[in-house]
Design a protein around this ligand. Structure first.
Ligand code: AMP
Ligand code: ZN
Length: 463
């Protein structure tokens, strides 16, 4: 399996540090507002990657931080009077529920900055001890000139970074590009430290919290949106490697932006559409497939037309699965022409995924499977076992891509009502009162219930 590594700028054969195990770290949200579609772009991409690794048998340990201590959260907290931790918890929980609907598998750990201050302080101490940071009246700063590899991820030279440094230059810093590990001073929320009251800088949290779960071992994959390459990921590398003296991550993966008229969707630009709004308008699978139509590293421009088209396509895919479910026969597929074609398509799907998670090409092979099977179904004597086998493969591919119909929730009252109607219909059938049983079936159908009479009695589901 080849993965494009932003660090080496080429596709490399993937080999985790430890056979069969993948330590995956993905930079998480700064939850000071509702999550938007741009966030979904990154997390759906990383989820598809994670699912494929799981499908290949890797045990994936996924950590994703929550930046609950940060300027934007503090600013919102001052504006609303809500404490920063309460505010971030509210938006983080809301986002997680939306991500659940998008079938984004939950991470194993969601460390928060506010709960990892001792770990962060420990790492800062090590960086100072190793001669890569210094204290001034305003904070503790990482000395970029002391770290020879600074710029190795983003490919920038230190003097260019210094010249381009946009932040207001703090006179106490040695180099304009030196960045804060600890910010001294009072704020909405502060913590005690060996350098006085204050709070950590933004970047240190990811170095400290990712290493907490690997016990200081190199990560296999570190991911996030491409805006994070510089300075965030560059700084994460510098901090972790300056503290631990081991390589920070083997592979760096960066997702392409969701753009609006070519510009990155972001809260600060005000061109964002919240997931809350979109999920009120489209089923989650439409948004997921909309992204899967593009490679994870490519930019995707926001288009409601394309989201609607993705909805129709996803529904065709579900329809194929349902139709194939109704057919007889599984097992005993012979090496027919059709079976060979279907296997070629399945091989094509996995080859595409092995080629840096090329989902657009992987999808084209799924559509190939559907076309072959639908045309076979129209024949007088379809090759049922071959279709059944393809359906199994197709189901696995749908899982990898996280494409799943949303299960409709039934309230306990509605469930009770449906169950009692189903029982009434059974009674009517037992008494051969078919007029009444048909009437009840029609009523259930109007309520959106599909009834199926099986050997074990009637079963029902919502349309
Ligand atoms: P934030 O909460 O802004 O720190 O972002 C959390 C994650 O979402 C980061 O990995 C960002 O790179 C990613 N992200 C934010 N906006 C976009 C976007 N428009 N397209 C793709 N990824 C994004
Ligand atoms: Zn990070």
């Amino acid at each position: 399996m080849k993965i494009y590594n932003s660090f080496s700028r080429k596709a490399e054969e993937f080999e985790p540090v430890e056979k069969g195990k993948v330590y995956l770290y993905v930079c998480g949200l700064t939850p000071y507002d509702h999550a938007h579609l741009g966030h979904a772009r990154t997390y759906i991409s990383m989820d598809t990657i994670k699912r494929y690794l799981m499908h290949k048998g890797y045990k994936v340990l996924h950590t994703q931080n929550i930046t609950d201590i940060e300027d934007k959260i503090f600013k919102r907290s001052r504006e609303t009077g809500i404490s920063p931790l309460e505010l971030s918890e509210k938006f983080q929980n809301e986002a997680l529920e939306e991500f659940d609907r998008l079938r984004i598998l939950r991470a194993d750990n969601y460390p928060k900055v506010s709960e990892n201050i001792p770990e962060i302080i420990e790492m800062i101490k090590k960086i100072i001890e190793n001669g890569h940071a210094y204290e001034t009246g305003t904070g503790v700063y990482f000395s970029v000139s002391s770290f020879p590899g600074y710029g190795k991820l983003s490919g920038q030279k230190l003097d260019e970074i210094n010249r381009g440094s946009r932040c207001a230059v703090d006179e106490t810093k040695k180099d304009p590009a030196d960045f804060a590990l600890w910010k001294k001073g009072e704020d909405v929320l502060t913590f005690e430290s060996p350098w006085g009251k204050g709070r950590p800088g933004w970047h240190i949290e990811c170095s400290a919290m990712s290493m907490k779960y690997t016990d200081g071992r190199t990560l296999d994959i570190h991911g996030g949106g491409r805006d994070l390459i510089f300075p965030h990921h560059e700084n994460e590398i510098a901090q972790a490697e300056a503290a631990l003296k081991t390589p920070f991550s083997k592979c760096w993966m960066h997702t392409g932006f969701l753009t609006v008229n070519g510009e990155k969707m972001s809260k600060s630009l005000g061109n964002f559409i919240t997931l809350k709004d979109l999920l009120g308008k489209y089923p989650p699978y439409a948004l997921r497939l909309f992204f899967l139509h593009s490679h994870y590293r490519s930019p995707v421009d926001y288009s409601e037309e394309n989201i609607s088209a993705a909805q129709t396509t996803a529904e065709r895919m579900f329809n194929f699965q349902e139709k194939a479910d109704e057919l007889p026969g599984s097992g005993g597929a012979e090496n027919t022409e059709l079976r060979k074609k279907l296997q070629d398509e399945a091989d094509g799907f996995y080859a595409a995924m092995d080629n840096d998670f090329d989902t657009p090409s992987a999808l084209s092979h799924m559509f190939g499977i559907m076309t072959e099977c639908f045309s076979e179904m129209r024949k007088p004597e379809p090759d049922y076992p071959a279709i059944a086998e393809a359906k199994e493969d197709f189901g696995k591919m749908m899982w990898i891509l996280g494409l799943e119909k949303e299960k409709k929730k039934v309230s306990p009252e509605k469930k009770k009502e449906i169950d009692s109607l189903v029982q009434e219909r059974e009674k009517a059938r037992g008494e051969k009162n078919f007029n009444l049983s048909d009437e009840i079936r029609d009523k259930l159908s109007e309520m959106g219930v599909v009834l199926e009479d099986t050997d074990k009695g009637p079963k029902w589901k919502l349309k």
